[in-house]
Design a protein around this ligand. Structure first.
Ligand SMILES: [Zn+2]
Length: 322
């Protein structure tokens, strides 16, 4: 039995076959033709499926999960990734289902990429065994997925856990989403770099002004870079404390490119969490780095496909979709 997985991102379309222990046994990848037509995009997806279908393991395919850059609508089976303009309410689930290599009994299941990563962390990563966890992706944007009562909580349209657009400052800057003071305006990689630059930080010679370089400067003690990470950690802490108060968390997992900065992010985040999460049931909430790196999106898509197909029920992997 193998689980099929597709991971649709702004730079690459990846696919994999994953075994029952969460290990990738086959993979395929194409660059995302993000600026091309909807048909070109789908041709790239089909090409990934073709390559996987040529593998002998494909014959044992029991389910197929799809994680995609958002927004997604899992109920409608459509995707509208911000970075892929030709796909707006694109019926991805129907198109994948209609691929000739996808057997009639295999119903593709769609979730947002952050929700998929939460599923992966819960299956084989840092949130394994956790009953109530918030799994965050701090990268170009800020996303998350929720594990509640031992199950992935995706929400009706698959967007539950959208922590990047929780307001942490009512009078804060306007966010592209239309609201004000969203977490992303402080804690995304883009926001961290912008804040450091505004404070006078200059990237090392010839390097781009990204959060990665700000992280390196912060590790070297640059006060402007440290301030940008402190600001990011504070915003994340406020949002985590709010989430903990709402749903009573046992664990927070933080992954994504910005989390690679390590202690310069986790230090301020934990420090500020101490001043925001002050109720008895929110205090001392563990915040740990993600356990999975590059394949989290694929493993999570496989997990969601398996969960939706009932393969994980009865406690086999502890993961069910609610
Ligand atoms: Zn927003």
């Amino acid at each position: 039995m193998v689980y099929g997985a597709l991971d649709i991102g702004g730079t690459k379309i990846a696919g994999a076959l994953v075994d029952a222990e969460g290990r990738v046994v086959a993979r395929a990848q194409r660059p995302t033709p993000a600026r091309e037509s909807a048909q070109s995009m789908m041709a790239a997806v089909n090409s990934v499926v073709d390559e996987l279908a040529a593998r002998p393991e494909w014959g044992a395919l029991s389910c197929l999960g799809i994680g995609s850059a958002g927004p997604v609508d899992t109920f409608a089976g459509t995707v509208s990734p911000v970075n892929i303009p030709s796909w707006r309410s694109f019926p991805l689930v129907e198109r994948v289902r209609n691929h000739p290599a996808v057997a009639g009994g295999v119903e593709p299941v769609l979730v947002g990429d952050a929700v998929a990563m939460a599923a992966a962390e819960h299956w084989v990563g840092a949130a394994k065994g956790a009953a109530n966890a918030l799994c965050m992706v701090v990268s170009t944007g800020v996303g998350a997925g929720l594990i509640l009562g031992g199950s992935l909580h995706a929400g009706t349209t698959g967007n539950a856990g959208h922590i990047g657009h929780i307001t942490v400052d009512q009078n804060g800057p306007v966010c592209p989403c239309g609201a004000r003071g969203c977490v992303e305006r402080y804690a995304s990689g883009t926001a961290i770099a912008a804040h450091a630059l505004k404070a006078g930080w200059v990237p090392p010679d010839g390097l781009p002004a990204t959060a990665r370089e700000v992280g390196i400067s912060a590790q070297e003690g640059d006060p402007r870079a440290l301030a940008a990470f402190d600001r990011a950690g504070r915003a994340l802490a406020a949002a985590i404390a709010a989430t903990a108060a709402l749903v009573e968390l046992d664990l927070v997992v933080v992954g994504g490119g910005v989390s690679q900065a390590g202690d310069v992010l986790f230090g301020p985040l934990r420090h500020h969490l101490g001043s925001f999460a002050v109720l008895d049931f929110t205090r001392d909430l563990p915040v740990v780095p993600a356990g999975l790196a590059l394949d989290a999106g694929l493993i999570g898509a496989a997990a969601v496909g398996g969960a939706a197909s009932g393969l994980f029920r009865a406690g086999a992997g502890g993961l069910t979709v609610t």
